[in-house]
Design a binder for this molecule. Structure first.
Ligand code: ASP
Length: 329
């Protein structure tokens, strides 16, 4: 960022200040309410969010690339049963797990995505492989699984993703639907996403999810769709979304926020609020986003009662939150 040059008694000393870095992450948005969660579980979530944000920030400080940081931090959350991504993914109507993920690099708008895969332990790693080792942006289903094998990914069985908590959620979802209740009512989302500004000035975004409980017919949400669930452009910002995917697809949420910044010249906060708190609210689309711009400011915006989230901006200001308010640290 700033370069200082000092002349001291004829000796030139150059001290280069650190370029700005910033990171934001989410672990899903939805009806996450105080009182509905035990103090112990809340503490477990906070610890997981804290560990992920601190690790990601340290890696950026060390000079790791935005891509490496986004993938490795998402993998920490994919490996945790707390989140609806990788292990702990929600169940489809048929009792399977179908995973979606995408990643985008803001320098040249490179992107990779996978949808509806059942045997891949780390969907975000496969999305990156699509970006780096295939001529395509998005692969789906059995084709994506074949590509994973070609790339040396070890397949896992569906047991790997299974958790009792998500099995119960499917049961509740089916009971609700049979009772004629709004199926969304029991959705506790839990998708994960990470956005960063790295030392090279690159903006990178990634998102990974099991989708929505009880999904059918090969349903694909917004998370693997570039422009809807994930977008990054060094000229504006990097965004990862979470929420009711159908709305995020129709409103091309992630791209919309970047485009507002780029073409309307508004701030990141204004752009994210206009899309999430106005356009989506008007349409009835529940969810939120995390986003970072090239100055290293980070926003965490959601129109649901809660969103698992954390950030450290370019000034080193750390936020962590689950419900409506952030804990500033
Ligand atoms: N957006 C995801 C989907 O619709 C779900 C979520 O974010 O929780 O598949």
């Amino acid at each position: 960022m700033k370069h200082y040059l000092w002349m001291l008694m004829g000796v030139t000393m150059i001290s280069v200040a650190q370029p700005p870095i910033a990171i934001g992450l989410h672990g899903g948005a939805g009806t996450i309410e105080r009182g509905a969660m035990s103090a112990e579980l809340e503490e477990t979530y906070r610890a997981a969010l804290d560990k992920a944000i601190t690790t990601g920030h340290e890696r950026l400080l060390e000079g790791q690339s935005g891509l490496d940081v986004v993938v490795s931090v998402i993998q920490m959350m994919e490996d945790s049963p707390l989140f609806n991504a990788g292990r702990g993914a929600v169940y489809t109507w048929d009792g399977a797990h179908e995973l979606d993920a995408s990643i985008m690099h803001g320098k040249h708008l490179d992107a990779g995505a996978i949808a509806g895969v059942r045997t891949v332990k780390s969907p975000i790693a496969l999305a990156r492989a699509v970006m780096e080792h295939s001529p395509h942006v998005m692969l789906a289903g059995s084709g994506a699984e074949d590509f994973a094998i070609d790339q040396g990914f070890e397949p896992v069985s569906s047991d790997y993703f299974a958790t009792e908590r998500r099995r119960e959620a499917l049961k509740a979802h089916k009971a609700n639907e049979q009772a004629g209740l709004r199926p969304e009512a029991d959705h506790k989302f839990g998708t994960v996403g990470v956005v960063v500004l790295d030392q090279a000035g690159n903006l990178v975004a990634g998102t990974s999810t099991g989708g929505m409980t009880g999904k059918r017919w090969g349903r694909i949400g917004d998370s693997p769709i570039i422009g809807a669930g994930t977008y990054a452009d060094n000229r504006s910002c990097a965004v990862s979304a979470t929420g009711h995917g159908e709305f995020f697809i129709r409103h091309t949420v992630a791209r919309d926020i970047c485009a507002r910044m780029q073409f309307a010249g508004v701030t990141l906060q204004e752009a994210a609020s206009a899309t999430v708190m106005e356009a989506l609210v008007e349409a009835g689309g529940e969810g939120g986003v995390i986003a970072v711009d090239r100055t290293g400011s980070v926003v965490l915006v959601f129109n649901t009662p809660g969103m698992y989230r954390a950030s450290i901006d370019a000034k080193g200001h750390k936020l962590l939150g689950i419900y409506g308010e952030n804990d500033s640290q």
